[in-house]
Design a protein around this ligand. Structure first.
Ligand SMILES: Cc1ncc(COP(=O)(O)O)c(C=O)c1O
Length: 401
């Protein structure tokens, strides 16, 4: 190696792996591609809000109004947007960030020192690993248990806590499994945190997208006065604007702890001042339009989920693990090979792109993750091809599902 040495936070060499090479080769070929991995809502053929283009221009101005926590007008609009009749949100409890990912980074800086650990569930959102590593933290895990739904088992969480653990991270509803925390599970997690003086970080980016009615669905983690908790969200999901770069932290818990956290987060945010002023100025109008955007997206998600469910009804070898919310669904499939090999075969032989379960650390093989966002013409064909691949294979029905 020549030149300066880089830090050991991440393995900086990004060798192409089989997976990315196969996708690149497929895209370069003349074959069709039924992409069931899309996660960018602006790329799925929906006219989500025709007026977007004027919004930033109207909100732009060359002066430098700035507040490390976010402009008051933006936080007031956000407080109104997040408030529910039984859960009013206080403007003072909100901190704006450039994204939910940045919100994680602020909270890791707030709660932990290099070498400490944060604890999160498996299967889970893969970016957490890099987010923790970039803040010099170790990511520990406990497993969600799959019964009728994905369940949070309090003893499993407790057993995974170590003296170095500085925060419990929950994704509510989870990506990719789509499971919400029940209120009872959330309360169990909050009590564990309270006993050990740990904050709870709850990623609620998909909370606006429930799929069906869940009895006892957990509220926002910050919506309680007992334990320091942070609920995270952002425009990437709530307004389908991933490139406009605005996320938020809602601080919840006892008043003094909220005040201390807010002051410390203000110092962190003041160091970067990363949220652009135009998007903050535009926030009241963006949030006013967000319910319509969400309704359009929910129609797409529900439509695709119904189609998927119906198609799987005639495919005994495959089983849908019903999502409770979010933008994806997990399907159990017969184990041809490991999940990467299965996904590669689907791509090469059937022109269908799905995510293999190992990206998300499922406990065993035989899980594929399907985005519910694609346009119907892509989704329906992709699902038919996915099911056809397993139904027509020599594997006996039911194996591994
Ligand atoms: C569970 C979860 N949290 C956070 C994010 C990142 O959100 P943002 O674009 O606001 O950084 C994603 C992105 O897909 C996600 O799936």
């Amino acid at each position: 190696m020549t030149g300066p040495r880089f830090s050991r936070r991440l393995p900086w060499t990004t060798a192409q792996n089989r997976w990315s090479e196969a996708i690149a080769a497929h895209r370069a070929s003349s074959r069709p591609l039924f992409d069931l991995t899309v996660s960018n809502p602006t790329r799925v053929g929906l006219d989500l809000f025709p007026g977007w283009s004027d919004l930033l221009a109207e909100a732009a101005a060359p002066d430098c109004e700035q507040d490390p926590l976010g402009l008051l007008s933006a936080r007031e609009a956000l407080a109104a947007f997040l408030s529910k009749p039984d859960d009013p949100v206080d403007t003072d409890d909100l901190v704006l960030t450039a994204s939910t990912s940045e919100a994680y980074s602020y909270l890791f800086k707030l709660c932990a020192d290099p070498g400490d650990a944060v604890l999160a569930a498996l299967p889970s959102y893969p970016l957490l690993e890099s987010l923790a590593a970039l803040d010099n933290l170790r990511l520990d895990h406990f497993r969600l248990e799959r019964g009728r739904r994905w369940q949070l088992n309090e003893p499993a969480v407790a057993a995974a806590l170590r003296p170095e653990t500085r925060a419990l991270v929950l994704v509510h509803p989870a990506n990719p499994t789509g499971s919400f925390l029940l209120q009872s599970e959330l309360e169990a997690a909050l009590s564990l945190c309270a006993e050990r003086h740990l904050p709870l970080v709850s990623d609620e980016v998909f909370a606006d997208y429930p799929l069906g009615n869940i009895e006892d669905r957990g509220r926002a983690a910050a919506a309680q006065p007992h334990t320091l908790a942070f609920s995270l969200g952002g425009l990437s999901k709530s307004a389908a604007l991933p490139t406009w770069k605005l996320g938020w932290i809602r601080i919840g818990g006892p008043r003094d702890e909220r005040r201390r956290a807010r002051a410390a987060l203000s110092l962190i945010a003041d160091t970067y001042l990363s949220v652009a002023t135009p998007v903050q100025r535009a926030l009241p109008r963006i949030l006013a339009a967000a319910p319509t955007v969400q309704a359009t997206l929910r129609d797409r998600l529900e439509r695709n989920l119904s189609l998927f469910r119906a198609a799987l009804g005639t495919a005994p070898a495959l089983r849908l693990l019903e999502p409770e919310g979010g933008w994806s669904a997990v399907v159990r499939v017969p184990r041809w090979a490991d999940d990467e090999e299965t996904a590669l075969r689907l791509l090469v032989e059937r022109d269908v792109l799905v995510q293999p379960g190992y990206f998300f650390d499922f406990e065993d093989e035989g899980h594929l993750v399907v985005s519910l966002l694609p346009p119907p013409e892509v989704f329906d064909q992709g699902i038919a091809r996915l099911i056809g691949a397993f139904e027509e294979s020599a594997i006996p029905p039911g194996t591994g599902a």
